[in-house]
Structure formats: C-alpha cells, structure tokens
Ligand binder design. Structure first.
Ligand code: BGC
Length: 632
C-alpha cells in the first residue's frame, strides 16, 4: 500500500487552501481559454442568421457579433501589414480581420498572377476560422493598381483634379477597381480628400485640389466609380486622410525626417466646417465604406486620439456609419506614455480598425487587457466590430460565389485607352505665345529633358515602389517621347537627346523641354524649394540655342517655382504625373486632343506666398503666378 499522508486537523486548512487555489487556477485558466477561444467553440450551423444572404445586413451583423468571443472581436479589429505577419496561420490563430500591402510589400512572384495567388492564399486562412469571416486585403491604388507590374497607371489625382471632369474620375475609379479586384484585392485606400495649401508638401499630387468644392464633387465621383460591382462583390473604399491633412504648417512635422508631412494643421473651426468636412460628407453620401485617420495633428491634438473629430464630428455630425481605420504609425502615436495607452486612446476616440505595421500580437494583448480593466468598454468594441462587419457584408464578401474579373483586366487595352484620355484631359496649357502649340505636321522638333523618356518620373510615387522608380519600366508603358514618335504626323522630324546636345547646325522649329521632378512619396517628397533642376534649366538654355521656339512641359506632382524663367519660353504645359500612357501628353501637344484642363490649385510665385488659403489669399498678400482655374 502506498503511504498516504494522514489528514489531521493541522493539515486540513492547508488542503482547503490548496483546493481553493487549484479551483481558482482552473476557473482562471478556463476563463482565459474561453476568452482566447483556444477552447474549440462549436462552429455556427449552416443556417445561422448571419450566413443567410437575404437577411437584412443589420440583423446579420447583430447575429454574428453575438456569437463572437472577445478575442475574435479584437482580431477583427486588427489590420496587419502582410510583411509583418509572422505566419499565415496567425490569421486563424488571431482571427485577423484584414491584411494590407503597405508601401512596397509585394508577393514573392511580383506579377499580377503572383499577387492573386498570394491574396487568395491569405483569404483561405480566414476561411478556416470558426466563424469564417472573410478577410479584407487592402492596397494603395492611388492611381490604378500601381503596385502591380503591368497594371494601367492613371494620372495621379492632381491631374484628375485639373481635368475637373467627374465622369472621367468615375471611369478611372471603375477601371482601377477592376484591375485591383482582378488580383483578388477587395479594399483600396483612395481617394485622398486632402487639400494642399503648401506646394512644399510631398503629397500634393495625391490630392485632387485645394478646393473643397472640387474635392467633394470628384471624391464622390470616385466613390461611385469604385463601388461598381465586379463579379458579385463591391470594392471596400476608404477616403483619407481625415482631417485637415494638406493644411499642415511647414517645419511642424512630428517625424524628424520630414518637414511638413505629419505636421500640425492649425485649429480653425470655421475652416473645419466649411472646407475640410464637406468633401467627407459628399463621399459618405456616395457610399464610402471607411475613412482613414491622418497622421497630422489638429492644433495640439493628434487626430487619432480626438473623440471630438472622430466620433462627434465624423460619426455623429456627418452620420458616418462605416468604419474608421488608422494610418500606418497611427496606433503608436495616440499617447506619449505607452503604446498600450495609445491603443486605448485611439479606440476610445473612435478608431475601429487598427493598421498595424508591427506587432499585432501586442495589439491583441493590449486591447484584451484594456477591456478587462474597463479602460475600453465592451460596447465600444462591439460598435467597432459591427462597423467593420457591416462593410464586409455590404461588399458581398460573405456571399460571393462569382469569380472576380479576369487577370487580363490588369493593363487591358480599354483601360490604357482611358488612361491616355485622362492624361490628355489633365494637361494644363499655361502659356502659348504665337500659337507655338499645337505642334505642326512637318516641323523639326528637338526633344530633351529629364522627363522625356522616363516612365518612372511620369508615373511618380506609389508606382511599383512606395517612392516610385526613377527610370523606364518596360511592361506596357509608353514614355512621352515614345508617345510623341507615335503620334507625330507623317513628315515630322523628331530628334531626342536627354541633355540637349544636338549637333544640328540649322535651327529646329521647336525645342521641347520635358523637365521633371524625381518621384517621391509622403514626407520624403517634402521639399523646401520645389523648382526646376539645374540640369533641366541647362537643357532649356541649350534648346534655346538650337530651336526657334521653346516649349517647356513640366512633369511633376506639384507646381514648381519658376522664378520668372518662363518669361523667355514660348510655351508652357503642366503635365502633372500623367501615368503609363505618354501618348496622352503627345495627343495634346500635337493637337489631336484639345487642351481643356485648368489648374486645380494656385501656382505660387515664390516661397513667401506659402501657405495659400482656400480663397486664394497668399501668406504675404502678393499675387500668385497663376490662380486656381487658370488654363488656356
Ligand atoms: C499613408 C497612407 C497609406 C498607408 C498604407 C501610410 O503611410 O499615409 O496614405 O494608405 O501608408 O500604405
């Protein structure tokens, strides 16, 4: 017989304590496992209300939320950059609600098919979760599905703003959506509704205009186009960057490497109501699904932790029913004390889905703890999750049975034709002495400059890479030079030298200087003095020697300071960042299409005029070089 310790009166309390502790341990462990859903909870039946396609969305959401554990809810709120996802199975383990390809996070095989395989692979993981909630996969499709080699690259928004053409914007958004959906992606982070007041900002080109009226019209048109059904689903669409992004002051950036991006927007309540909010109201009415919070500050407050801006203004006053998503570093910036506190502040302020470039496990842990500590209420979590799920249902993600558009939609002939049209529609004619434009059949034309034969420069940032590429990218793109050669009428002679070293002894009819800005994105494009480069100025000087007339075509994401150099030029065209179809610019230069665009923002004469108020008033009260709306 094994020796058993005898129970005595002395040992009894100890045993009782042991039993008590063991009991507490068991209860805690069980509670932990239930709350972390490690316990295999049953899968809901096939006929669960939320699975019924024809049931009202509100009822489906309510039913689904009622079946979710806290862990499943918090996982739904996590949006993880795909490069920081440690293992695909973490989508299942953490019930992750969305993944994104933040700037430059590509599939191992960087082709349209490679993108599709990657995204579908992640979606399959989500299908393995208990509740089978579909995964969102988001990308920046700022000017087409521009992460994907071979996709059509449309003009950046500033060019679309110059076109002032809502129908065109709607078509571009529709085509963009088709190309994005074709690779399995179901969420885009555009349009930008920022209103740039200072051309030194590196993100001017992502915006349509500094005019709130134009932003409202084009933003709503973009939503209508992007919400066209593809297969049997709709794209989830995000407008950004809420709010006042574009009106930050120079030298106020919170990012030490930047100057104005992520800076401070001065508090101005009448501006908030009259300028910044109306475009958001317009996109809400057009059916936008989500709004991204800017990384800027509104006075002393970070927008990300402002209950007033996110909940009182956006959700309550404007009646926004979709979900609020944070931007890249946003979740880490809501508090100076800790990331834990930052998460609490952002969620309590009104952020529903957290973009997490790093450490999603930490987010899940922090938010779980914060709910258990009553720092974030259950009802706030339920509201956030309900908003995300509502949009997933609305987009048809739970019910989709039809295949997405074919992969051949990426870079299709029809989309390229549209991009060409959009490039023509966005080019603004600013000077045309002696009717030097359009170029005429039979002329001898010298082409030079950094932007003439450089797809990367004409496409700008957010093309293939976050910062864009500087140089020619072969897949399906046409440089402006190639476009000129294609479009030139028979008998026209075109010669090209990037640095304008022409041997011609006789003067040509026209020297075309296609000058440009290096591609850049976000704060890396902040520039204290955006102007023409010395080498491009040299090109212009050379062309003046070799040609009777000089026309300058600027390929850039913002107006560049011209310092009156342009007084000696015969013609000036602002081409913005026209995208992959250089023929579009050739079309207007040769008069195949008329110039119809107008400046979507004022063109300053010098730095002292910055910032320029929305009514066109410069800081120093002097006149700009060209006002908004100017265009010949
Ligand atoms: C940008 C957003 C973008 C996000 C995801 C951020 O850095 O500010 O505009 O949507 O990255 O790529």
């Amino acid at each position: 017989m094994p020796h058993r310790k005898k129970t005595t009166l002395k040992t009894l309390p100890l045993i009782k304590l042991g039993v008590l502790l063991a009991g507490v341990y068991l209860i805690c462990t069980a509670a932990y496992y239930v709350s972390h859903s490690r316990v295999q909870l049953p899968s809901p039946p096939r006929n669960a209300l939320y699975k019924l396609k024809n049931a009202p969305i509100d009822a489906r959401v309510k039913d689904l939320v009622s079946r979710m554990t806290l862990t499943e809810k918090i996982g739904q709120m996590a949006l993880v950059d795909k490069d920081s996802l440690i293992k695909p199975v973490d989508i299942v383990r953490y019930n992750i609600g969305g993944l994104l390809s933040g700037a430059s996070t590509k599939p191992p095989t960087n082709t349209a098919q490679g993108w599709k395989d990657m995204v579908e692979g992640y979606k399959e993981q989500a299908a393995k979760t208990r509740l089978q909630i579909p995964l969102l996969y988001g990308v920046d499709a700022n000017h087409g599905n521009s992460n994907v080699p071979g996709a059509t690259v449309f003009p950046h928004s500033i060019g679309l703003g110059a076109s002032g053409n809502a129908e065109l914007v709607q078509q571009v958004a529709d085509a963009t959506t088709q190309e994005v959906a074709a690779v399995g992606v179901n969420w885009i982070y555009s349009p930008s509704l920022d209103e740039p007041t200072d051309i030194r900002w590196g993100r001017v080109y992502e915006a349509f205009s500094d005019s709130s009226t134009l932003n409202a019209v084009l933003g709503a048109a973009y939503i209508r186009g992007a919400k066209v059904t593809t297969g049997d689903t709709q794209m989830v669409v995000t407008a950004k960057h809420y709010i006042g992004a574009g009106a930050m002051q120079w030298n106020t950036s919170m990012n030490k490497k930047y100057k104005i991006d992520q800076g401070i927007t001065p508090v101005d309540e009448s501006r908030l109501d009259q300028d910044y909010l109306p475009p958001y109201l317009a996109v809400i009415q057009a059916g936008v699904d989500s709004v991204m919070v800017g990384l800027n500050r509104y006075g002393n407050d970070r927008v990300i932790d402002s209950h007033y801006l996110l909940t009182d203004k956006l959700k309550t006053e404007l009646g926004f029913k979709g979900f609020v998503v944070s931007d890249w570093y946003g979740m880490y910036e809501g508090s100076k004390t800790s990331i834990y506190q930052s998460n609490i502040n952002a969620i309590n302020a009104g952020v529903d889905m957290a973009m997490l470039p790093y450490n999603y496990k930490g987010f899940v842990r922090d938010v779980t703890e914060a709910v258990q500590d009553n720092q974030i209420s259950q009802s706030r979590i339920d509201d956030a999750v309900s908003r995300i799920l509502y949009e997933k249902f609305k987009a048809g993600l739970f019910d989709s049975t039809v295949a997405p558009p074919p992969i051949s939609d990426v870079g299709s002939t029809a989309h390229r034709a549209l991009a060409r049209k959009a490039a023509s529609a966005s080019a603004v004619l600013l000077k045309n002495n002696g009717q030097v434009l359009p170029l005429k059949a039979g002329q001898h034309i010298l082409v030079a400059g950094s932007g003439a034969d450089n797809f990367g420069r004409q496409a700008g940032g957010w093309t293939l890479e976050w910062q864009g590429v500087d140089g020619n990218w072969p897949i399906g793109t046409t440089s402006i030079l190639a476009g000129l050669k294609q479009v030139a009428p028979v008998g026209t002679k075109i010669e090209y030298s990037q640095n304008a070293s022409f041997a011609t002894s006789q003067k040509a009819d026209v020297g075309l200087a296609i000058v440009s800005e290096k591609p850049a994105a976000e704060g890396w494009g902040d520039n204290p003095n955006p102007t023409l480069s010395a080498s491009d100025l040299q090109v212009i000087a050379q062309l003046k020697k070799h040609a009777n007339n000089v026309v300058v075509v600027i390929v850039a994401g913002r107006p560049l300071l011209l310092n009156n150099q342009f007084s000696s030029w015969d013609g000036l065209v602002m081409a913005w960042l026209p995208g992959s179809e250089g023929e579009g610019i050739a079309d207007v230069l040769f008069g195949k299409t008329r110039f119809t665009a107008h400046l979507p923002l004022p063109w300053p004469a010098n730095i002292a005029q910055l910032p320029i108020a929305s009514n066109g008033k410069t800081k120093d009260g002097t006149s700009v070089l060209f006002t908004r709306g100017f265009g010949l």
